[in-house]
Write a protein that binds this ligand. Structure first.
Ligand SMILES: C[S@@+](CC[C@H](N)C(=O)[O-])C[C@H]1O[C@@H](n2cnc3c(N)ncnc32)[C@H](O)[C@@H]1O
Length: 243
């Protein structure tokens, strides 16, 4: 039984993209490989950092390439894999089984923006997922995913970035648009722009625990934690007992 028990319907995934990822599941690992293992390097950036993790949720797990590596290196007790496409999840399940990992795996097919639960996760992973959403919706999507975090939980975001320098930026844009055209042609996935991801968690709500980039900033990984909200001084004073 999956731990996610209720659904909600405020955000409509159709607003984000008309994803039919199941259609590209068979090609997905191949596309991943011809990316020159850049995705694999991005996945590796923080592996082994969560060896105390009891339960992790990967949103948009795809065919489970990240999940299998994470299970092998960090050995979480429980791993919940979510994806819009059941076909992706089936492949992910096979990879996890083949990895020899002994923990418990839950599969959670469907649109994550429509789900909520009382169960909280130590780590929530967004691996090449945030960029799938239109720039204007990314903050809201991040918030939705962060809703699954325990109080001190960590959000791990890895994705394409828009580098600061000309050549990496050009390569990154080319890379991105090739992927967009391919995914549109194969699965009618609506194209989105490559935005400045750091803007998504910019502000007082988030602390960036760590950040690592590769290939001149073309890909990167971030560990984020929600800042604990302190009560305003006036509210604290109101409850202070008289001397
Ligand atoms: C580019 S793939 C990344 C797959 C995997 N995380 C990886 O790094 O190999 C994006 C995945 O996100 C899934 N996805 C997109 N929107 C989603 C949503 N709203 N809820 C759940 N999964 C979603 C897609 O089905 C697809 O498998």
């Amino acid at each position: 039984m999956s731990p996610i028990i209720r659904t909600r319907g405020v955000l409509d995934h159709g607003k984000f993209s008309s994803t039919a990822y199941g259609k590209v599941a068979f090609l997905y690992d191949f596309l991943d490989r011809i990316s020159g293992d850049a995705c694999e390097k991005t996945r590796n950036l923080f592996l082994g950092r969560f060896t105390q993790c009891r339960n992790a949720l990967e949103v948009g797990s795809g065919t489970g390439r990240f999940a299998a590596l994470f299970a092998a290196k960090d050995n979480p007790g429980e791993l919940t894999l979510n994806d819009l496409s059941g076909e992706m999840l089936e492949r992910a399940q096979l990879k996890l089984a083949a990895s020899g990992w002994k923990g418990r795996c839950y599969l959670l097919p469907g649109d994550i923006t429509r789900m909520e639960t009382d169960q909280k996760f130590d780590v929530v992973i967004l691996h090449f997922v945030l960029n799938m959403f239109p720039v204007g919706d990314r903050k809201e999507f991040l918030e939705r995913c962060a809703g699954f975090l325990s109080e001190d939980g960590t959000l791990w975001v890895s994705d394409f970035l828009r580098p600061k320098y000309f050549w990496p930026c050009l390569i990154s844009q080319l890379n991105w648009w090739i992927a967009v055209v391919l995914f549109w042609a194969l699965a009618r996935n609506r194209p989105n722009a490559l935005g400045d991801l750091e803007k998504v968690w910019e502000g007082r709500e988030w602390i960036v625990l760590d950040k690592k980039t590769i290939l001149g900033g073309i890909y990167g990984s971030y560990l984020l934690q929600r800042r604990h909200r302190e009560k305003p001084a006036s509210a604290r004073d109101a409850f202070r007992p008289p001397p």
